[in-house]
Design a binder for this molecule. Sequence first.
Ligand code: NAP
Ligand code: MG
Length: 495
Amino acid sequence: MSESLPKLQMYIDGEFVDPTTGDYFESFDPYTAKPWCLVPRGTEDDVERAVQAAHRAFSDGEWPAFNASQRGELLRKLGELVAENAQMLGELEVKDNGKLLSEMSAQLKYAPSFYYYFAGLADKIEGAVIPTDKASFTYTLHEPLGVCAAIIPWNSPLLLVAWKLAPALAAGNTMVIKPSEYTSASVLEFIKLVEKAGFPKGVVNIVTGYGSEAGEPLVKHPLVQKVAFTGSSFTGAHIYAEAAKDIKRVSLELGGKSPNIVFADANLENAVKGAVAGIFAATGQTCVAGSRLLVQENIYDEFVEKLVAFASTAKMGNPMNLDTQVGPVTNLPQYKKVLDYIDIAKGEGVETVLGGGKAERPECGDGWFVEPTIFTGVRNGMRIAQEEVFGPVLGVIPFADDEEAVAIANDVMFGLAAGVWTEDIRRTFTMAKRLQAGTVWVNTYRAVSYTTPFGGYKRSGLGRELGQEAILEYLQTKSVWISTAEEMANPFVVG
Ligand code: NAP
Ligand code: MG
């Protein structure tokens, strides 16, 4: 490990701090495959300090004294600071994560809206006055939970932090964030903006480190009331089980194997773009990747030909260049995993019609690049059709009619998203109803908005992020009964 690389610091109780153990690990630039900074290796002691700080901030001092409008004002200020620093944050994410600068520029122009939306929602959390059958004035209060843990994956750190932090703070909670070991840098830069916006110390804390050493004690900490997790279904299931021991609240945004279904009546030019957006955007490293492309039999050959022709022009290379369309895979284990899945698919007897291995193009240098890959001859029972690859690997499956499309689409353990390409209005509504997925896109793909709930059916998760529903994930309901009776009723009879 090169000691000359810049050392990042964690953020606990309003201060940038070194890890208790003094240990660091390298973070890599996936375009060069070289380490570029050192990330603090946080452990249980750091988690303890962070959770205690978040607990103090929740219980005493300025934060619980703020009214909802004041919390909203701070969130609005944070959104403005994200907008002002979008370029810097975006470039950092490109360096640490390999995301395209073109995608980050668009994402960070949009990111402030997530803070503005929940800033506006903060003082619209309303209880109800409930007409009861008793002599009582009865009403409900929605109260914050306390210390919330946010555990973030590597594919879109800044965005996924926003999805959790904005509703949690709008609701009055405090938070400890554990970013992915592979992509901690942008979140540690972002926290400077949280401080600048004026959030009191301890309200937001970051502990970096490995999942087993920093994530696990955070999930288990008795003062943590809720765990908001985005990541793989495997880790999500483990966290769910750990949280169950203390009856902690949990929201889980997990993996997917989303079907993107093209009917013969679709606008095929748009559908080709939609198929590409579904699997090659962000190098396929999105939870909503449309990794199973279902194409109606009578247009199958024509469509695959058009798709391969379009996808084969994708420009790979330096993610900092604005015209690059497919960047590297974010980390070495994931790079190896994607290549392994390509081998698994070949072993299952698929036909490779595009790519099918590591990218050996000069513009890709030593980076972790995988060729955009399309397989035909895929059957839905194959591992390549059932397991999440999280890379630029697409399996194309033919179907005869609507019935078969629905059967194949739903025959998977996941249910995060689905795409449908059709010009038929009746089919639009029936498919939207029959597909088992938290999001169904018709004639579009990967559209997400701060206004619209997002989350999974089946093993793709629990709970919803974004939209008004999201804030309920960070609140609990209290019912208050105030008797209006002059006399207390018979104490031995509850009624
Ligand atoms: P992951 O391996 O499950 O890790 C996610 C986070 O959990 C990381 O911060 C990880 O730390 C941490 N972690 C690992 N083990 C832990 C433990 N025992 N206790 C507590 N925390 C632990 O997922 P990933 O590879 O980073 O991300 C890719 C996955 O995320 C894909 O499956 C993708 O579909 C999913 N995802 C879902 C959504 C959605 O909204 N549904 C969005 C984006 C991504 P380390 O980094 O140190 O391992
Ligand atoms: Mg990195």
